[in-house]
Design a protein around this ligand. Structure first.
Ligand code: CMX
Length: 137
């Protein structure tokens, strides 16, 4: 089951500059700034109200998905992410609905177990699903 919009991922060239901009826009400091080697990014996460987050993503290597995106399209919205209760079940369900999967199964990501749907079958929008880590994980 899809539970809510979890976050919007934004590709940026310079994390420090973008963090300063979003601090001014949102009026809060980021919850975290961290390396995610598995995704080849440095990421800053801001809470937006009670429900959703903004994830600023700076590539940490030239061959990363975010580096390729920046090269082709420049800075901007990179993906949207929905929270699900069971990542493997939801990925399977999406495949059953004819949506092409990038990840056949959940894998570790910034926010928990994640999986991506291919933008070519979602009208040009990269969609991530996340099953957040449970407390203490
Ligand atoms: N949103 C929409 N379309 C995108 C896209 C994005 N974020 N990234 C790439 N595309 C499009 C490209 O524009 C291109 O379209 P055209 O064929 O019409 O030109 C097509 O997808 C292929 O793009 P590409 O540059 O050749 O890139 P790849 O095929 O090598 O990879 C993708 C594209 C989406 C499969 C790859 O970026 C991927 O696997 N993404 C998932 C992982 C990811 O993005 N990780 C970073 C996020 C980190 C995090 O949040 O934790």
């Amino acid at each position: 089951m899809i539970k809510r919009l979890h976050h919007v991922g934004i590709a940026v060239n310079n994390l420090e500059e973008s963090v300063a901009l979003y601090e001014r826009i949102l009026g809060v400091k980021p919850l975290s700034v961290e390396e995610a080697p598995c995704q080849m990014v440095r990421a800053a996460v801001f809470k937006v109200g009670e429900e959703a987050e903004i994830e600023l993503l700076e590539p940490s290597g030239p061959d990363s998905a975010v580096a390729k995106f920046l090269e082709k399209r420049g800075q901007g919205i990179h993906h949207i992410c929905f929270e699900v209760d069971d990542i493997d079940r939801e990925l399977k369900a999406m495949a059953g609905k004819g949506v092409e999967l990038i990840d056949q199964q959940g894998r570790p990501g910034l926010a928990g177990q994640i999986g991506f749907l291919h933008p070519k079958t979602t009208q040009g929008v990269l969609i991530e699903l996340v099953q957040p880590r449970s407390e203490g994980e």
